[in-house]
Design a protein around this ligand. Structure first.
Ligand code: S3P
Length: 186
């Protein structure tokens, strides 16, 4: 009985989870969608930084990547208690342990698929510092992004909805989400 109630509760929730590589546009799109849906926007990196009073770079420096990944998994669990939200996940979050499974249980996952070259172009112009990319430019950066994308593909593609570049806009996602969520049809 409890299980049924919880499953129905989760189904009625409006939880949009944006998945994708660094620089694919999760934060910009997520903020816009949250504004339009009038629900909270959550950026996992920002929340982890706030919880630990350290930047992502400092967390990598003090606890290593594995320490950061553990914080990401704990953060996913903490989201179960929240109501509706649009979540922009860190690029590596879905690719560790059971995280992708947990995200799929939490809400509707949308993968913002973009080619490596385009990601590199966006990353080179980005203001946010990413510890995994530190000091990388040009061909070295492109090779790194291509390799990581290949490794992460199997996780990203477990998303419930995979969006090509043309469909990565708030109007399309809100429409798809409306088809998936009964609450939006009211
Ligand atoms: C990471 C992506 C970053 C951040 C961290 C690690 C990754 O988030 O979580 O630097 O492993 O891809 P964004 O995808 O928001 O840049």
């Amino acid at each position: 009985m409890w299980l049924i109630s919880f499953t129905y509760f989760a189904y009625c929730m409006q939880r949009v989870i944006l998945i994708g590589f660094m620089g694919c546009g999760k934060t910009t799109l997520g903020k816009k969608m949250a504004r339009q849906l009038n629900i909270p926007f959550i950026d996992s990196d920002v929340e982890i930084e706030r919880l630990n009073q350290l930047s992502v770079g400092e967390i990598f420096g003090q606890f290593g990547e594995s320490g950061f990944r553990k914080m990401e998994t704990d953060f996913i669990s903490s989201l179960e208690e929240r109501g509706d939200f649009v979540l922009a996940t860190g690029g590596g979050m879905p690719c560790v342990g059971r995280n992708m499974e947990l995200l799929n249980e939490l809400g509707v996952t949308y993968y913002l698929d973009r080619p490596a070259k385009e990601l590199v172009h966006r990353l080179q112009n980005a203001k946010v510092k990413r510890p995994l990319l530190e000091g990388m430019v040009g061909d070295e950066l492109l090779e790194f992004v291509e390799l990581k994308l290949t490794q992460r593909d199997e996780y990203y593609k477990q998303s419930q909805v995979i969006l090509c570049r043309e469909d990565q806009n708030s109007a399309d996602i809100i429409r798809i989400n409306g088809l998936l969520h009964p609450r939006q049809r009211n």
